[in-house]
Design a protein around this ligand. Sequence first.
Ligand code: ADP
Ligand code: MG
Length: 366
Amino acid sequence: MEKKSVSVTLKNVTKKFKDVKGKADVIAVNGAEFIVEPGELVTLLGPSGCGKTTTLRMVAGFELPTEGKILIGDTDVTMLPPNKRDTATMFQSYGLFPHMSVFDNVAYGLKLRKVAPDEIKKRVNESLDLVGLATYGDRAPGKLSGGQQQRVALARSLIVTPSVLLLDEPLSNLDALLREQMRVEIKRIQKTLGITAIYVTHDRVEAMSLSDRVIVMKNGFIRQIGAPEQIYEQPDTRFVAGFVGKAAFFPVEIGSKETDYWSCNLDGKEVKVAQAAPDVKTGDKAVLMARPESLRLTEKGKGHLDGKVRMNVYLGNSLESFVSTAYGEVLVQIDDPHSKKVFKEGQEVSIDFSPDRVRILGEDEN
Ligand code: ADP
Ligand code: MG
C-alpha cells in the first residue's frame, strides 16, 4: 500500500454560505492559509461552528471555495470533483453497508474501479490486517462493536490508497476508552503508510495526542498553527490558551522589559514573566496566563497572590487544589499528592508564579 507522500496547500481560502433566508453571507472559513507537509498529520481544532468541516470538505472537493486555491502536491485541485482528487474521507458515522460482509464493504471502492478479483482479495486482506481485523472478513458489520466498525470504515478508506486521508471527528461516536485506543491506532497506521492526513476534532486531548501540528480555529479564522507543545505552552492569544488546556488568567500591566524577563504589575506586586506573545509591549494592559501545573502554593503572604484553599481533589497521581482569590478560583496542580506543597481545605495560602512557566498575552482576545 506504500505510496509517495504529498503535501496539501491552502492559499487564502474563503468559503461564504448564504444564511437560511438566502440573504446575508455566513463566512464559514476566512482566508485560511497553511501547508500540510507530506506524511504529516495536522489537526483542525476549534469549537463547534468554527469552520473545521467546511475546510475539510473543500480539500475533499465536496465544497468549492468562494476564493483562494487548494493544491495537492503541485496540482491545483481547487475546481476538481472529489473523485479526481486522490483523497479519502472518513466521517463520524461509518456509513457501512449493513447487508454486505466486512470483506465486501472494504472491497467496495476497488470493485467500483473494476480491479481484478485476485488483486481485490489481496488488498482487502492487507487492509483488514492493517486495522487488526484480519479474521473478520466474513462477519456482518452490524455484529461488530463500534470500535471494530470504525476500523472497517478506516480499512475501506485506505484500500483505495489515497494520497491524503481526511478524517472528520471519526471517533466521536465511540466511548472514552475505545476513543483512546483508536487514536493510537489511527496514528500508527497513518505513520506506517506515511500518508498525509488532516483530522478534524473539537477535542483538545485528541488533537494534542494525535497531531504533528495543530491548527486552532475560531469563527472561521485560523488563530494559531503549531506543534502540540507550542500551542499549549506558547499560545498567542487568550482564546488559544483556554481552548487547548486549563489555564488561569490574571490582569496585569506590563512594565519594563529586562534582559530575560518582563516585569509585570499584578495589583501592586511585581511578577517576573519570561515569555510573552509576540505583539505585547511596555505599558499595555495584558493577561498573565498560568497553567495549573506551573503554579505553586506557599504560605500566606509569601507568594504573588493570596487566597484560600476551597477544595482539594485527589486524583491518584496528582492533586488539584482549587484556590479562591480576588481574581476568582485558580486551579493549582500538585504532582505529588503527599508532598509538603499540599495545603488543607480552608487554609490561607499564597500562589507563586515561576517566571519561566507563565506567559503574557494581549488583553483584547476573548
Ligand atoms: P465545524 O465543523 O467547525 O463545527 P462547519 O464548518 O460545519 O463548522 O460550519 C462553519 C459555519 O458555516 C457555521 O456557522 C455553519 O452554520 C455554516 N455552514 C456550514 N455549512 C453550511 C451550509 N451548507 N449552508 C449554510 N451555512 C453553512
Ligand atoms: Mg464539523
